[in-house]
Write a protein that binds this ligand. Structure first.
Ligand SMILES: Cc1ncc(COP(=O)(O)O)c(C=O)c1O
Ligand SMILES: N[C@@H](CCOP(=O)(O)O)C(=O)O
Length: 462
């Protein structure tokens, strides 16, 4: 299995190389050269298997010869052993044909754990075998950062630097990033918004001297392995609802487009997915793009679903690559135009995107109202991101079962949830003392030179 860049001008890599590389050297994102498919029989055979066994069968074709079957099975087993629900991604029913896939039973209470716990294990295995060390820099609007820190904390051959927007993550998200006291963990509160953090990260990757000097690696969803791990729960859920003999639709609370892109890959592999619905908060660039065929950046307005406060949606580039017939030059040109703030999508590409994706948005009031009504109607306490999804999912119900992804635990956003339903969700017992722990964080300006110098100094001091 080979991996190519969405901009068509970077070395072709193996799975392991692409995983350790992160962003392609032409600024693009790695994708598989071809998408492996599963037959109806292959999918039917997943029924009744454990999450780990499904993960093995779904991901195996993508990793090529990077690991033996036993090695890969061991990696998967270790990745999910810390989850607090046997089903890993359990389903609850919200209405006659509407289900909620709970993705928040991992160690940091968000869907990011599904991928981050796995790539934590994959990195450890690969780095040990190669006798290498890496510097991970991640950008986060709150959840990726805590999941990355949890997956990599305490490792000798990895330093992990997390850039988060100062003042724009919830208190719990911040505490999850600033309270671990491991020497290899560096929480950096940056002036600006998430897009600024992500832009700084991409600038570091595009500075080859720095990149090669610190052996930079990325664990944001620019990393293909992140997307791959998330493909699995589309399979496990669809099969539990009757796939391959029955179609299923998914609504996905969306920001950086990684999670919904994983659903698109599941569909390409043969999973009978009818619709993939993009659900955005008031920062609705993707919904507007689906409507107007123009991707136009506007300022980010902080919301009660802060992890989705994003304008530059990285993985949309992967969808554009397919929509433009895998033409790397066309994608490179669009990304160049985006530096000016906007680009237009051709009619043909737009038709392809609309063949797969629908979209909707939820305002702040609608998000709050959905938290309240879901609790009254079903007893389920939604986090604000999941509530954005449920609101949009409700608008897209049909005779096909709809599954909305619940992407975080409500206790990560207690203020918003309390305001919406009058009750403060409790943290699970393993995190109950989090608010009392001391914090370790460095405030940093949005300045590439400053960030690079800080990272080099910290590595030298270890
Ligand atoms: C809780 C939560 N929901 C939804 C999203 C959006 O997911 P994606 O960026 O993969 O579109 C994020 C951030 O990634 C998140 O942390
Ligand atoms: N919402 C994310 C933003 C980063 O997304 P990623 O999937 O590219 O890592 C977060 O919580 O940090």
């Amino acid at each position: 299995m080979k991996y190519i860049s969405t901009r068509g001008d970077a070395p072709v890599l193996s799975f392991e190389e692409a995983m350790l590389t992160g962003l392609a050297r032409d600024g693009g994102l790695y994708v598989p050269e071809t998408i492996p498919t599963m037959s109806t029989d292959d999918i039917a055979a997943l029924a009744g298997l454990s999450y780990e066994d499904i993960a093995f069968r779904v991901m195996r074709p993508f990793v090529g010869d990077a690991f033996t079957d036993d090695e890969f099975k061991g990696i998967i087993a270790r990745a999910y052993e810390g989850f607090r629900h046997d089903a890993r991604a359990p389903l609850v029913q919200l209405g006659p044909n509407h289900f909620l896939m709970e993705l928040f039973h991992g160690p940091t209470l968000a869907f990011k754990d599904f991928a981050m716990q796995l790539i934590g294990q994959l990195f450890q295995f690969s780095l040990a075998r190669r006798n290498e060390r890496v510097t991970i820099v991640g950008a986060t609007s709150g959840d990726t950062g805590s999941a990355a820190i949890e997956a990599f904390r305490g490792l000798d051959n990895v330093d992990v630097f997390i850039l988060f927007p100062h003042g724009r993550v919830s208190d719990i998200q911040r505490k999850q990033m600033t309270t671990p006291d491991d020497a290899n963990v560096h929480a950096l509160a940056m002036d600006g918004d998430f897009d600024d953090c992500q832009a700084a990260l991409k600038d570091m990757f595009n500075d080859f001297d720095f990149r090669d000097g610190v052996r930079l690696a990325g664990v944001n969803s620019i990393n293909w392995a992140r997307v791959l791990a998330q493909v699995v729960y589309y399979f496990s859920t669809a099969v539990s609802l009757g796939a391959p003999h029955r179609k299923v639709s998914f609504t996905v609370p969306t920001g950086n487009f990684g999670d919904i892109f994983a659903g698109y890959i599941a569909k390409k592999m043969g999973l009978p997915i009818e619709r993939l619905v993009i659900a955005t908060n008031q920062n609705d660039i993707l919904h507007r793009t689906m409507d107007t065929a123009r991707y136009t950046k506007e300022g980010v307005v902080p919301s009660i679903s802060p992890s989705m406060d994003i304008q530059v949606s990285s993985n949309f580039e992967r969808a554009l690559f397919d929509a433009y017939g895998r033409d790397g030059n066309a994608v490179a040109q669009l990304m160049d135009e985006l530096k000016g703030g906007a680009f237009a999508i051709s009619q043909g590409a737009m038709e392809t995107l609309r063949d797969h994706f629908d979209s909707g948005r939820a305002s702040e009031d609608e998000t709050m109202a959905t938290i309240a009504s879901a609790y009254v109607g079903t007893g389920e306490i939604l986090c604000p991101h999941s509530a954005v999804g449920v609101k949009v999912g409700n608008e897209n119900l049909s005779s096909t079962p709809m599954v909305t992804l619940a992407t975080a635990h409500p206790a990560k956003f207690p203020d918003a949830v309390e305001k919406a339903m009058g009750q403060r969700p409790a943290l699970p017992p393993h995190m109950a003392d989090m608010m009392d722990k001391p914090e370790r964080v460095t405030r940093v300006p949005n300045d590439l030179g400053h960030l690079q110098a800080l990272i080099k100094d910290r590595i030298a001091a270890r």
